[in-house]
Design a protein around this ligand. Sequence first.
Ligand code: SF4
Length: 131
Amino acid sequence: MSLDDYDRLYEEARDEPAFSNGDEGYSWIDANCSTCIHDKEQRDSMSGGCPLILISLMGRTPIQWLDQKQEGRLYSRQGQYQCIEYRHEDDGPVEPQPIPDPPGQLTLAPRDDFEGVRMLTPLPEPEAVSR
Ligand code: SF4
């Protein structure tokens, strides 16, 4: 993910502000993006930066930010979204490194269709489960 992906990420973002004010937004960004590899260039050299932050500053909510706000539950400013693109800056390469197929072995099933971004979805509330 880089600034080159900005247009695509902007188009798929939800057309609603992520935060109700700047204080709330910078509180979340400081807590979640200050150690992320995707914003490291911005921190180090004041160039580039994470396109998701830029999208949120343009009044949209990236779909990569899973909303943790639920009716009747407490949440903190820092925990109101979970970014699925977060990678700690000391975490290794940015691109996923799949475990290579063992040398000299046939592959039983191609893995291409099953690799990609992992989407986490919240579990349903116990009352919502039909019996
Ligand atoms: S990928 Fe997510 S956590 Fe990382 S800098 Fe961008 S918005 Fe912040």
